[in-house]
Design a protein around this ligand. Sequence first.
Ligand code: UDP
Length: 261
Amino acid sequence: MDKVEILGVKIDNLSLQEVLEKVGNFLESKNKYFIVTANPEFLVAAKKDKNFKDILNYADIAVADGVGLVYAAKFLGHKLQRITGVDLFGYLCELAEKTDTPVYLLGAGEGVAQQTAEVLKQNFPNLKIVGAESGGLILSNGETQTANGNAEIINRINLAKPKILFVALGQVKQEKWIFKHLDQLSSVKVAVGVGGTFDFVAGTVARAPELMRNLGLEWLYRLIQEPGRAKRIFNATVIFSFSVLKNKVINKIKKTNAAEG
Ligand code: UDP
């Protein structure tokens, strides 16, 4: 199955190779494309925010960034391949370097996008990074702290002419920002929401060790590092698991009722 629906959100079951092939085609096309790197928290947020759910389902590709989605899919009887946002970011930069595709980094705290660009230059010396900026704090209504902030950001991106735009404004905000502004970004073919990726690449936040990641314990590592994320981690683990279970039971009851006429 190509897409797996979890809590009403369609997630793509694609290998990394398949995603890269699609992106290669997107870059050649006249249209604009939007990629989401979803985790359980996205789906919990989408339960309460119909607009966010619609945006996630509108995305051209939604990969399973969080291992919780893989477990949930398995519980629902489907296979889902995991592609983390950080890995996807690295492979897209490699693809961009090979294909001479200009990229732009938008988001994260002050100076982090620029630090990320420095790390990228060391790893992909021929990668064309045509811009890197924090974008400032984006408010929950999608506006910036200064009146013309978004117009100025869009103007800078349009002048730099990237084809791939990586947006790290935090989940929900970054997807809404891309959805709202993609049409105004004249050169951009592919926009990707990458969450905390710049922080990991720049080294401002440490990523969980591989063993913990493989065991699905990334949330525990983040909880130890950033106790302030407890509510978000609770959403991603307990609330998410409970919602998937509840949904499965409800669907089963509905099916049984329908069969009994
Ligand atoms: N961020 C930002 N602007 C905002 C809110 C968040 O640039 O208004 C950045 C934040 O600095 C971090 C990134 O978004 O670099 C990811 O944030 P978060 O940890 O909330 O998202 P997640 O990784 O869970 O998607």
